[in-house]
Design a protein around this ligand. Structure first.
Ligand SMILES: [Fe+2]
Ligand SMILES: [Fe+2]
Length: 340
């Protein structure tokens, strides 16, 4: 017999027993270390085995997990690692500072996930949801996710927002640059209904999960960029200890994010396996509703918005470089590394 498939909210919110909490640059942070000294992500004692059990149950019903790997992304981080190295060498740390600050602010917004009241999918789905990820969205999965991203303010324990600010402050020191402009949302802009055959709250939750899953996948690309830059002796060789501390913090955030990818991937994969009862009384296979929608979200997050962001970042970097001595040569050297 496999792992159980039915859990309560306290189960899914349960932490490991930590022998030492996670702390950095004066912040008390979520997660902690087990007796062996290994970092354990917050609220994953039961959440991980639960998600794995739901994944196995789905696969044993003959349904695959949708692809949620980085291979969905058409392009890597911009600037790339080689370009970032040049920028840091020329004393232009501001783009990295901005990227880390924006990431922290966006993570803080993720706390709204903890406030979501999930609509009851059982009212529009034919199959029994008791033993599924979808059946547990409102039983701790969204709440745990929100707390992971934005912390639990009343407890004084910081989440990913605080962790990214700690990374930034370790690398550059606090207040090294002014606060950058933060985009209002990373989600695909929406005008009008996308799934008019079901009630709006269900559509909203599906759309939110698709947006957040793609944002998590995009974050994975930023993690690997960060780790390479922070461990590059040419970039932070003058402060290797602080840079290594920052890199380790990024690794912890990255470890925490894996459960987010896993449960969202599982919930969306389950939804496409179910039969939806539509407003006009039809029975529609979930994959008919979800697959074209998911394709659109993947395309927008992996190509459209990345191209747009790339153009904006490039313009900002060009302005910065134009103010340096030997601006033309620097700009040329930077552009030559585009394909690196
Ligand atoms: Fe996060
Ligand atoms: Fe996340």
């Amino acid at each position: 017999m496999g792992a159980p498939l039915i859990y309560t909210e306290p189960d899914l919110m349960a932490d490991h027993l930590y022998s030492r909490p996670l702390e950095a640059v004066g912040h008390r942070l979520h997660g902690g270390f087990d007796a062996a000294g290994d970092y354990q992500s917050p609220r994953t004692l039961v959440r991980w085995p639960a998600v794995r059990a739901w994944q196995e149950a789905l696969v044993s019903r003959g349904w695959p997990l949708i692809d949620a790997s980085r291979s969905l992304l058409a392009m890597g981080n911009f600037p790339n690692v080689a370009q970032q190295r040049l920028l840091l060498k020329w004393g232009c740390g501001q783009t990295l500072w901005n990227a880390l600050t924006v990431t922290g602010v966006v993570e803080a917004r993720g706390r709204m996930l903890a406030q979501i009241v999930a609509p009851d999918f059982q009212t529009i789905i034919e199959e029994d949801l008791t033993s599924t990820t979808v059946g547990h969205l409102g039983k701790g999965l969204l709440k745990a996710h929100g707390f992971d991203e934005g912390g639990v303010p009343e407890s004084g324990v910081g989440g990913h927002d605080t962790m990214w600010f700690a990374v930034r402050d370790l690398l550059f020191g606090k207040d090294a640059f002014p606060m950058p402009e933060v985009p209002p949302s990373l989600a695909r802009p929406q005008t009008g209904r996308l799934l008019p055959m079901i009630d709006a709250p269900f559509e909203a939750l599906i759309v939110m999960m698709m947006n957040v899953l793609m944002i998590e996948i995009r974050a994975e690309s930023f993690f690997s960029f960060c780790l390479q830059v922070m461990r590059d002796p040419e970039s932070f060789g003058d402060r290797p200890q602080a840079a290594e501390q920052a890199a380790v913090m990024v690794e912890r955030i990255r470890a925490d994010e894996q459960i987010h990818v896993a449960y969202l991937q599982t919930a969306l994969s389950e939804l496409r396996s179910f039969t939806f009862l539509t407003l006009d009384g039809r029975r529609l296979p979930g994959k008919m509703l979800l697959d074209p929608l998911w394709e659109g979200f993947v395309r927008w997050h992996s190509v459209d918005t990345l191209e747009h962001n790339r153009a904006q970042t490039r313009a900002a970097i060009e302005v910065t470089l134009s103010q340096l001595p030997q601006a033309q040569e620097k700009l040329r050297a930077f552009v030559e590394l585009d394909a690196a």
